[in-house]
Design a protein around this ligand. Structure first.
Ligand SMILES: Cc1ncc(C[n+]2csc(CCOP(=O)(O)OP(=O)(O)O)c2C)c(N)n1
Length: 281
């Protein structure tokens, strides 16, 4: 019997799931090359990064500085292994660069370097990306350009007061061309966010700051794509996507623990991780 043909949307979602799996595999590959690095927050971001670079962002990998491109800032810059992975998969950089993670004179370092193709902003000191993204969004408005700016932030990062200044300013400026994605994996460097410095209620807090808010399961590709396709959510308001995620997602020992926020990656750990993730198609 002939197999039922997949709808275009199902095929798109399958393709994006596959890219997310490749991101996770490439994260472990890069970290193994360096011997260590930040796996937890890189693995939680995989679905959104795949959907951004292979579905949502208007970008040209062969012309990284195209003036009309959408801008993406990874404000939680310690997850740079995942950004490098998706930039390689999308063709901004050579695949071989992934084996140069954290190597001497490599542009692919522990944090994003604006000198590397496809990287919009050097980040790593937490708490700056949203302000910079707002500046880009306001710049687009001044230049009468249609490009959009998307900033991914972490929940631990949100404890930095500068985020809330940017949140107020973006609402005041009615920056509807600005989107924030909160990788809400509930774990920061030294423990669970709720134990360190609680942030709930998250959604109503952002609404009160004047943002249009949507909450999704950040590992459900259908919801991830739906949230991106629906942007912007309200006229004259910046949009916030609260992505409920799992730190270290995809590998049993790294999930939902600060112990794998940043860790060593000897060969046996790398092999266990890849065996659990499985092969992309
Ligand atoms: C200003 C600043 N303070 C401290 C650090 C060290 N640091 C790196 S990652 C991290 C935890 C971030 O937690 P979160 O935003 O929840 O990231 P995720 O769980 O997504 O990896 C900290 C404190 C930093 N990079 N910048």
């Amino acid at each position: 019997m002939a197999r039922a043909k997949k709808s275009n949307r199902e095929a798109t979602l399958d393709n994006l799931r596959n890219e997310a799996l490749k991101i996770r595999r490439n994260v472990w590959r890069a970290l193994r090359a360096a011997g260590s690095g930040h796996m937890g927050g890189s693995l939680s971001a995989a679905e959104f990064l795949a959907a951004l670079y292979f579905h949502h962002l208007k970008i040209r990998p062969d012309e990284p500085d195209w003036p009309d491109r959408d801008r993406f800032i990874l404000s939680k810059g310690h997850a740079n292994a995942a950004l490098g992975a998706v930039l390689a998969q999308a063709g901004f950089i050579e695949d071989a660069v992934l084996d140069q993670f954290y190597a001497y004179e490599s542009l692919f370092g522990m944090h994003p370097d604006i000198k590397m193709a496809g990287v919009e902003m050097s980040t790593g000191g937490l708490g700056h990306g949203l302000s910079i993204g707002l500046g880009m969004a306001l710049g687009a408005r001044l230049q009468k350009k249609k490009f959009r700016t998307i900033v991914m932030i972490g929940d631990g990062e949100l404890q930095e007061g500068s985020n809330w200044e940017a949140a107020m300013a973006a609402a005041h400026q009615k920056a509807s061309n600005l989107t924030a994605i909160l990788d809400y994996n509930k774990v920061q460097q030294s423990g669970h966010v709720s134990d360190m410095l609680a942030l709930e209620p998250m959604a109503s807090k952002w609404s009160a700051f004047g943002w249009a808010v949507r909450e999704v399961d950040g590992h459900d590709m259908d919801q991830v794509v739906g949230a991106l396709d629906a942007l912007p959510y309200e006229k004259d308001k910046p949009s916030m996507i609260i992505a409920h995620t799992v730190k270290g997602k995809g590998v049993s020992f790294s999930e939902d623990t600060h112990l794998w926020h940043n860790n060593m990656v000897p060969d046996d750990v790398y092999e266990k991780a890849l065996a659990e993730l499985g092969e992309p198609v």
